[in-house]
Design a binder for this molecule. Structure first.
Ligand code: MG
Length: 162
């Protein structure tokens, strides 16, 4: 059986926080606010994967009230999800994600992001695609008030025909 999941996340951009996307530290005056490292891209990927295996959402697994996840490296959370996927007998087929950030431009970081996300999932980087786009000056994304990410993940249950 092939199953698909969708993920969406948004975090506020604030001064004095690092901007970490897909596990990559991006040089920026503003960073993302959150209980963990606020890696909006990793969180969207996590939700897509949890959705694909029917396992709820990131907030259920890593509650922002739990001190264990304070300033957590979101790639560590992704590795937890990868272990859960394996435990339940699924294999990740591919992940596709889009980050929406007005600035800075992410083009030069996309490859590193896909490599870091793929490594956390023990996948070939060719199975993890990262795209970047802007808010074009519109709404909270365009006003540089926040960043958003969306992701789709496809998984396969072992031994089952697609
Ligand atoms: Mg989040």
């Amino acid at each position: 059986m092939i199953a698909t999941g969708i993920g969406w996340d948004v975090h506020r951009l604030v001064p004095g926080r690092p901007l970490i996307l897909g596990g990559v530290r991006v040089e920026s005056e503003l960073g993302l606010e959150g209980h963990s490292d606020a890696d909006v891209l990793a969180h969207a990927v996590i939700d897509a994967l949890l959705g694909a295996i029917g396992a709820g959402d990131v907030g259920e697994h890593f509650p922002d009230t739990d001190p264990q996840w304070k300033d957590a490296d979101s790639l560590e959370l992704l590795r937890h999800v990868d272990a859960l996927i394996a435990e339940r007998g699924y294999h990740v087929v591919n992940v596709d994600a889009t980050v929406i950030l007005e600035r800075p431009k992410l083009g030069e970081h996309k490859q590193a992001m896909r490599e870091r996300l793929a490594a956390a999932l023990d996948l070939d980087p060719g199975r993890v695609n990262v795209k970047a786009t802007r808010g074009e000056g519109l709404g909270f994304l365009g006003r540089v008030e926040g960043a958003a990410a969306l992701a789709v993940a496809t998984v396969e249950a072992p031994g089952a025909a697609a």
